[in-house]
Design a protein around this ligand. Structure first.
Ligand code: HEM
Length: 179
């Protein structure tokens, strides 16, 4: 059967950006520490994301006009999204050896954000960049150059799958899969 463009892009990514077993282990180890602080880290990531990229707030009815990070921190909608983001990433990290599960979780995220929330896909690039930044700062001791390399691949994995889903549902301006 003919492959759709998204599938071809994922295959290309799988060849060029494959995460080795050692890198998967590094990702899982760092993540277990991050996830132990899931709520705090998730909220820190999202607050920094909205402070650095205020236009990203437009999609959130309850805090689109908020400027003050302390006020954002109290927003239940922000906290809920933080939990959901961290939960989805946790599922990906836990299933790094099951590429079908990884694809299906991220395809679901991509499709919902394209069709239901109408989020420009470029924000996924920005959010995953902030995520790496915050993890690297908070867990500086664990964030060796090796961990950094592994997490950069993880970021590409998320972005590639999400953008493939956007293409699959016919998002008007096709995002490029490169970071
Ligand atoms: C790795 C990145 C992300 C993950 C894993 C993620 C995950 C999720 C999940 C699991 C949900 C709830 C289920 C659903 O309605 O789809 C959700 C809702 C939502 N997401 Fe994301 N998301 C991510 C990035 C983003 C970005 C970058 C934006 C916008 C800038 C965004 C905006 C929204 C909005 C507006 C909702 C609905 C919120 C509500 O109903 O209160 N998400 N997200």
């Amino acid at each position: 059967m003919e492959k759709v463009q998204g599938e071809m892009e994922i295959e290309r990514w799988e060849r060029s950006e494959e995460i080795s077993d050692a890198e998967k282990k590094v990702i899982q180890e760092t993540w277990s520490r991050v996830y132990a602080n899931c709520e705090d880290i998730g909220v820190s990531i999202l607050i920094r994301f909205f402070v650095n990229f205020p236009s990203a707030k437009q999609y959130f009815s309850q805090f689109k006009h908020m400027e003050d990070p302390l006020e954002m921190e109290r927003s239940l909608q922000l906290r809920k999204h933080a939990r959901r983001v961290m939960g989805a990433i946790n599922t990906v990290v836990e299933n790094l050896n099951d590429s079908e599960k990884v694809s299906s979780v991220l395809a679901l995220v991509g499709k919902a954000h394209a069709l239901k929330h109408k989020v420009e896909p470029v924000y996924f690039k920005k959010l995953t960049g902030v995520m790496l930044e915050v993890i690297a700062e908070e867990y500086a001791n664990d964030f060796t150059p090796e961990a950094h390399g592994a997490w950069t691949k993880m970021r590409t994995l998320i972005y590639t799958h999400v953008t493939a889903a956007y293409k699959e549902v016919g998002w008007a301006q096709y995002p490029t899969a490169t970071l």
